[in-house]
Design a protein around this ligand. Sequence first.
Ligand code: FAD
Ligand code: SIN
Length: 512
Amino acid sequence: MSRRKILTLICISLFIALSSILLRQLNFTSSPPSFSFQTKSKAKMSSEAKIAIIVGSGLAGLSAASTLVAKEIHVTLLERSPKPGGNSIKASSGINGAPTKFQPGPPFSDLFFYSDTITSSGVAFSSSSGEDRRREKLVGKLVNESSGCIDWLVKKGVDLRLVAQLGGHSFPRTHRGAGKTPPGFSIVSTLVKELKTSPLFTIQTGCVVTRILKEGGKVDRVEFVCEDGEKKELRGPVIVATGGFAGDANGLLATYRPDLAGYPSTNDARPGSQPLLTEIGAQLLDMAEVQVHPTAFVDPKDLLSPVKFLAAELLRGEGGLLLSDKGRRFVNEMQTRKVVTDAVTALPLGEETPKQWDVQLVLDEGVYKNASSHMDFYIFKGLMHKCALSELGEEALRTVKQYCLASAGEEEDKLGRTYFGHWELKPDEVSGGSVVYVGRVTPAVHFTMGGVVINEKSEVLDASGEKIEGVWAAGEVAGGVHGGNRLGGSSLLECYVFGRIAGSEVVRYLDL
Ligand code: FAD
Ligand code: SIN
């Protein structure tokens, strides 16, 4: 190699080394962490580059990131798990929206979404105070943005053409795709894929945010630790989208709901991250409001597992019914989760640990045709099986005959059910040989309605109701949207609505 070439190479290396030092100075107060899953910014960051920090890569964090990136803001997303998606990626029934073109029947103005949400939320909404007005604004945002949410996701390429009616809803509103991909996976993977194409977006997985820090009364950075164990700091306004604490059995759950000790969960074990915000003065509310989902599968191969696969509520919405160990129905399966769970837990408790009840979820061929992608998966996993109705016993056969009379409109349902989804077995056809699909289900801790207090701008409020500058919260980490009981399908919606609002507010903040 000629001397000239060697000199040129040295100059290029020096230039690269100096540029990388400069970039670190701009973005990090110490050296950048090692990434296990990362999209590195290809854009040149100028000294005026605006950077926002998002903690948590579920739908709330991803919705915020999409909003920021669309406004040319650099985003660094920190995620504790090795892979993005949080609990959002597990969502199986779908996302609420109304009115939408996918809802069945002629176009109508679905005014009941707001009142259904309030009714389901129950007592926590009923006191008259300034707090009630704030909650009402949150619910107003949730409902009013829901139609736009479905449009936004569909424009991004997410299939949401099927709509189910879940418990506590007056109309079908919960959207999912027609293919095999569950809605949570479909939404999360679409957003992650799109964000990864942006030079403005960086995701660092395997990195736990350990503190949110303030200077001069404003949040201006986070402290975090990645796999190398080194503490680092990153500067910028912060959106906290760290999800709930339904998987924090020995931590926040034990503190706020000790009575739920021993229940299984639909969430993998994970500590709640609300303390990150209470440490800087955030207020909490509704922390004792924990949703116990009535139907998680008891896997016959792993009977005593404390983490259960969810039996998606859409199975009941599409027509499924619940039978006690005596072969009798005991609740209107289309009631809210709270009502159905209370009815299950009023049945005799089994002797197993975790606490579990003996309830069968029963579906027919009509339900199967409309939920085959879910059911094929559950059958494949050994959580459901196909059998003749006679195998469930004499009493179950009588009960299902009665249910068929109600679904065919020949008799009123004694438990008050009026919506039967796609159940198709007719009263004159039902016999011991009728084909049904069955799985054992039990209640499981599923979702935490409580969290940090936010307003309709996703700003985090302190004990005197003042916003804490420089920090926003969205998704399950926040409380107040769902009161005492959330409607199925409204969690993904909340993530979209308040994640996008948080993103827009940070855009405004950085433009100041
Ligand atoms: P998550 O999606 O849980 O994401 C939070 C992320 O933050 C996680 O990845 C976590 O690892 C990360 N994190 C936490 N703390 C830190 C930290 N300190 N540092 C860095 N990262 C951190 N809702 C519906 O609306 N429809 C459904 O069909 C539906 N089905 C569900 C099925 C199952 C099995 C489960 C468990 C939930 C379901 N839900 C459903 C509820 C819904 O999925 C979640 O409540 C919602 O998606 C929460 O989203 P999020 O963005 O707030 O939090
Ligand atoms: C389910 O599929 O039953 C869960 C839906 C939800 O939690 O909103």
